[in-house]
Design a protein around this ligand. Sequence first.
Ligand code: UDP
Ligand code: MG
Length: 331
Amino acid sequence: MIDQPPVSPRGPATLISVVVPLYNEEENLDDLYGRLTTTLSATGQPYEIVLVDDGARDATPMLIDRLSNRDPRIIALHLSRNFGHQPAVSAGLDHARGDIIVVIDGDLQDPPELIPSLIEKWRQGFEVVYAVRRRREEAWPKRLGYFVFYRLLNAISDMEIPLDSGDFCLMDRKVVTVLNHLPERMRFIRGLRSFVGFRQIGLEYDRPPRGAGSPKYTFRRLLGLAIDGLISFSGRPLRLATYLGMAAVGVASALLIWIFHDAFAYGKSPAGWASTAVIVLFMGSVQLLSLGIIGEYIRLIFLEVKGRPTYIVRDDPPGAQVDPTRERDHP
Ligand code: UDP
Ligand code: MG
């Protein structure tokens, strides 16, 4: 099990960072800022909020700049285009300076009021505290999709990823440093967070519906994220292709024996095109499926080998945006 008992309690954190990925969240930003600052001020600790503008097309970038001009604890980070949720979180993690780092969605589905409870667990000695959704107030097809995905991921992945945990979490500086140095470009953060280990614990909460606006993930993007997650954390689908091939060989051999037996014992040849059509279709689908699975892995290898940066920050000094990961590895 991932949850382990803590070793020794800690004193207060010196700096709390909160990372928020934002894509077209103009309706939620003021509310989010208000709730975050109220909660964080109440902790009595210094804090910073890293607002990552993931190439938003509405007033989000302007609102972020306005907040950061007004409040020095706000760090505005503008990506050069829309890179996606996971790259936006990675950008925030790279730029956060806190001793503890909280990752939270910008649509108020992750209640900021839970942060003190996350910090409390950290004080007890845990290095990763992830929020676990007890109940989701979303349409049932989406809930069913999530349910199936997390179970499938756990069934086939090579390690244990906590069920129903999203990106909402608190991480110790140690953990974030390790995460930031992982060389992978394809960042499935909740998977990588499990991969790195450390003392982890889940904290249950009810996930409310989105504050305002529409979900930024379309069905296609969610499906894409799910497939990438499955592929990058398990080699087992490749095995499936092998097993399918072996099963097909078994079926074909049985048919062959049956046909030869009929031909030699009774002088009969099998009749009908239906059996032929079924065999051709079956073989075709097994081959396409296997090719598809192999293709998914090649796609990820292709993406990693190209070595393009996970995200590009518009205001970084010249040169820094070329390859943030390599910059860090070879300073
Ligand atoms: N988001 C982002 N870039 C994207 C899509 C989403 O930064 O390309 C942000 C979005 O603004 C929100 C968070 O990621 O703060 C989660 O997005 P969403 O609510 O659409 O996802 P869901 O809750 O449906 O998983
Ligand atoms: Mg959401």
